[in-house]
Design a protein around this ligand. Structure first.
Ligand code: ATP
Length: 379
């Protein structure tokens, strides 16, 4: 069984806590994507699994066996690096078979067969006698993958393996990698900072921030039910809109301080900029909170020419329109004097112009609410 378990794993570099008490159970054959912003501890986590970095606290197990203190070679794990790490003076065949004959008791013939099978799977059979310098980036990437595949390891670890490829090739390799992983059924941990890659490739996604695990779930779970504000903002493009709100009875109110002094010279005062009425169920979710963050995804905002009298509709002004072809990203402001305060995605066929008034509906079924202080999801 190639079930991989991270059990309260911590990594400290002097006083930097790079990975903080991370626990994840990765199922046999699962494709788990580790995602998060730069410096969140993704690579360090992967390197600890590979044995390239020691574990400060906690344990890593493959099946029932602890591997945390084993040497990299003894772990039955193969890693694919972003840089490919191919030997320039060796042919593709030699790169793929290097070390395999020495480190295993496989005969030359068996190794040859394994290399040729992997090369066929990756469509690089005709490149076996070339050297890395004679290959394109995409082909080198396949060789690096091939080298991992021939080892028939229990686990593949991949650290941003597609980031040196152009956008088109990257999209193609994403699907191909998924197919290969599925065919082989090898447990895989894949690191990326690209949330699109995470959403499209992972059986499950583990989101890290500042060394801490924020949430583990299927792509749909983390998209629809983010555990906290960080995950809400990290997953989804364009990002979720956030409004800091005060809980006032059966509504949420955004209060902003007016910075213009009145004609009589009175002090700046609080103005109610945006109030959001709550149904009873939502009210229960925010009970006990004084301040919450309201989140709404741009694709959940409904932009209309006229209102229909719904109390979740707001008069806005279109500030900026970014046409994206099949859709427009539209920046909306609550009034012409204000800067835009939220983003909506609108179908590309709609004509929509800056300066135009628009009614934005923010459906209650689509809103997310987070505790303002802790960021934890309330709804
Ligand atoms: P990126 O996407 O930029 O590669 P990452 O999520 O992979 O980032 P890590 O490389 O794991 O992040 O780094 C996590 C934290 O640990 C960072 O603050 C980094 O500066 C620190 N760190 C990593 N390696 C070392 C090291 N050898 N010595 C000291 N600090 C380190």
């Amino acid at each position: 069984m190639a079930r991989l378990t991270l059990d309260s794993v911590t990594k400290r570099f002097d006083d930097v806590v790079a990975v903080d008490d991370v626990s994840i159970d990765i199922d046999d054959g699962e494709f788990l994507v580790l995602v998060g912003p730069s410096g969140c501890g993704k690579s360090t986590t992967l390197r600890m699994i590979a044995g390239l970095e020691t574990v400060t606290e906690g344990d890593i197990r493959l099946g029932e066996t602890s591997i945390a203190r084993k040497r990299p070679k003894e772990r039955d794990i193969a890693m694919v690096f972003q840089s490919y790490a191919l030997y320039p003076h060796m042919t593709v065949r030699e790169n793929m078979s290097f070390g395999l004959e020495e480190s295993t008791d496989l005969s030359k013939d068996v190794v040859r067969e394994q290399v040729e099978d992997a090369a066929e799977m990756l469509g690089i059979s005709e490149l076996l006698d070339r050297k890395p310098g004679e290959l394109s980036g995409g082909q080198q990437q396949r060789v690096a993958l091939g080298r991992a595949i021939v080892r028939e390891p229990a686990v593949f670890l991949m650290d941003e393996p597609l980031s040196n490829l152009d956008a088109k090739l990257r999209a193609q390799m994403r699907t191909e990698l998924q197919r290969i992983q599925e065919d082989l059924g090898t447990t895989t941990v894949y690191v990326t900072h690209d949330q699109t890659e995470a959403m499209t490739m992972g059986d499950r996604i583990a989101i890290l921030d500042d060394g801490r695990l924020q949430q583990v779930g299927t792509p749909l779970e983390v998209y629809h039910k983010p555990a906290n504000r960080f995950v809400g903002g990290f997953i989804g493009e364009p990002s979720m809109n956030f409004f800091e709100m005060e809980v006032q009875g059966d509504r949420l109110v955004r209060v902003s301080r007016s910075d213009t002094e009145g004609s009589s010279g009175q002090r700046p005062r609080d103005v109610e900029e945006f109030a959001y009425p709550l149904s009873e169920t939502t009210r229960e979710a925010v009970e006990g909170s004084t301040h919450v963050t309201l989140g709404i995804r741009p694709e959940d905002v409904e932009v209309r020419d006229d209102g229909g009298g719904d109390h979740h509709e707001f008069e806005t002004v279109v500030d900026v329109v970014e046409p994206m072809g099949n859709e427009n990203t539209v920046y909306l402001a609550f009034s012409p004097e204000r800067e835009h305060s939220f983003v909506a995605t609108v179908g590309g066929m709609r004509s929509i112009e800056p300066g135009q008034p628009a009614v934005a509906r923010i459906p209650e079924s689509a809103i997310h609410l987070f505790d303002s202080e802790t960021g934890v999801a309330l709804k």
